[in-house]
Design a protein around this ligand. Structure first.
Ligand code: SF4
Length: 263
């Protein structure tokens, strides 16, 4: 694919080639996060994220929505990554931080806190003091999609951001948890692109499914775990209980080991 824009110039934020051109050129996660936040490559999602912000829920009427792509959240030397699907319209799209400000995030961060991976059990807004320990929370699609369903083309367009994020994390990354079947399906091709050999056929998603991707010349062994998504549909019905998520995250943390270069 030609990554450049018109007349060979670097593609601008509205260009579908913007992520593919810029993601791999980021010198670090802070730079990558800034690039992500400025992306406008998917017209439908740009329109939706801004339309939602123009029509806030009554409870949030006095708040200014972020209404931009939501970058990953967590330290740059994380050994564990948690990959959802996309920000929620009135959650991450409102607060500007992954899983922050919605019921799924309340469930996830409480579980992360219970296993010692978060400084507090709540996540309400950027600047609420929440810190993650050795964990990076991110998504293969960074803008809130209508009906929580990005199209295959939108997933493809956004994919370079997650590829680059995993590349930058790779010196310390040991384990990735994919939340939900969509997260699993979106994550595996990215890991393949990033250099980890994938088994064929690809293993089906399931809660607790564990996949070991062997080390290659430039990659260390990576553990991939599937978890039911902490959506209200799953948590209200008891398909995913708090204890189930805590248990899975504890297992993931044990597999990931301590974070930091040289561990
Ligand atoms: S979904 Fe990804 S590629 Fe599309 S506009 Fe948002 S950040 Fe850019």
């Amino acid at each position: 694919m030609d990554e450049t824009g018109a007349a060979g110039s670097p593609p601008g934020p509205d260009d579908s080639a913007f992520p593919a051109f810029h993601a791999g050129r980021s010198g670090g996660l802070a730079e990558l996060d800034a690039q992500v936040a400025g992306c406008r490559a998917c017209p439908r999602l740009v329109q939706w994220r801004e339309e939602v912000a123009a029509h806030p829920r009554a409870a949030f009427r006095d708040q200014e929505y972020w209404a931009r792509p939501v970058p990953g959240f967590g330290p740059s030397d994380a050994s564990l990554a948690i990959v959802g699907l996309a920000p929620a319209a009135h959650g991450g799209n409102r607060t500007g931080r992954m899983f922050t400000g919605d019921a799924s995030g309340d469930f996830l961060f409480a579980a992360l806190h219970a296993v010692g991976l978060a400084s507090q059990p709540t996540a309400t807004h950027r600047g609420d003091g929440l810190e993650l320990y050795g964990v990076r929370v991110t998504a293969p699609v960074h803008c809130a999609p209508p009906e929580n369903r990005p199209t295959p083309a939108e997933r493809q367009t956004c994919r370079p951001w997650l590829s680059a994020e995993l590349e930058l994390l790779s010196p310390t990354l040991r384990t990735v948890v994919a939340l939900g079947a969509f997260g699993w399906q979106a994550l595996l091709p990215v890991l393949g692109e990033a250099g980890w050999p994938l088994p064929r056929p690809r293993p089906a998603f399931g809660h607790g499914v564990q996949l070991t991707l062997p080390a290659t010349g430039r990659r260390r062994e990576l553990q991939v775990l599937g978890s039911y998504h902490p959506s209200q549909r799953n948590t209200f019905t008891g398909r995913l209980t708090f204890d189930m998520l805590v248990e899975l995250l504890a297992r993931a943390a044990a597999l990931a080991g301590p974070s930091g270069p040289g561990d």
